[in-house]
Design a binder for this molecule. Sequence first.
Ligand SMILES: [Zn+2]
Length: 378
Amino acid sequence: MSRGGVWTDVVGQDAAVEIFAAAVEGAVAMTHAWLVTGPPGSGRSVAARAFAAALQCPNGGCGECQACRTVLGGTHAGVEVLSTELLSIGVKETRELVRRAALSPAGGRWQIIVAEDADRLTDQAANALLKAIEEPPPRTVWILCAPATEDVLPTIRSRCRSVHLVTPSADAVAEVLTRRDGVPPEDARIAALASQGHIGRAKRLATDPDARARRADVLALPQNLHDVGSCLRAADRLIKAVQADVAAASEVADVAERDALKAAMGIATGAKQPPGAAAALKELEKRQKARATRSQRDGLDRALVDLVAFYRDVLAVQVGSDVALVNSAEARAVHAVAAAGSPEATLRRIEAVLACRTALETNAAPQLAVEAMTLALR
Ligand SMILES: [Zn+2]
């Protein structure tokens, strides 16, 4: 049963929406700290913002009033969103957030803080947050988001009400691409399957030809592994493709941020820099570098997830299963690889890709980890 209003774009999460709506409507007592978990791309931050809007809306989340529109647009005074692309959230930022959380709601019904990456709180930052959610001011609501409950310190998660988002179905993802983004239904279906329930990725695949081309490059890898030399070259190409992908996405943002900071500090070209300007620019560069590192890790992981899905399709063909292929657009390559090997070899290859993911999670050097993988895939 889908609810409209602010919940319209919370895709394929009926159970979670029922829990949020019950709290908004007062059917259950309000909880001051929430932990929204769900796999990447399941829409954690979209769900958190919708919940915040419903709480601020005098009509319980109509999606049309001033409160709904400003919360969803990110300009409501009573909703702070801590969104970070950094590797970790420090104690300084968290203390500042805790201070603002203690203010009484300005005009709004609640003072709401959404922390989109609660899994990236440093231990020190988490402890600063803990004090705040242990004794929350009466009109304050914390909405923490993380991939899984285990990603958040036990002391924090034990004080939060947990809401778990599921991986949305391919049909649900395709529907939102068509309705919200105007993607033709057949393209939407292919992108939804290929993204494996990652809404943002599905949208990029459906609307950005470059993203499709880069994914095709990744999926060409299994057919380009003949000898040691070609395996090492394939590893190199995969890493470079991910780097190019990340660079394309972050360059624009980096320059815009630097310009905005310079403008804020009144640095005109050729003028003398005010005191502290150099330090502030340096700090910004440090943050941008940390963000690039994180994006590259995420990009490489996404490529590996695509590879696992490719070999799963190969396995499905080899054992004669009739499930829908994730890579329906690459069916020819899937069948070629399936015909050239055995199910046992495919399982071994899936294990090799998963081992590479694990190695990267534990901070192995990407080049070495990917080379070990391509050699094992041969
Ligand atoms: Zn409203």
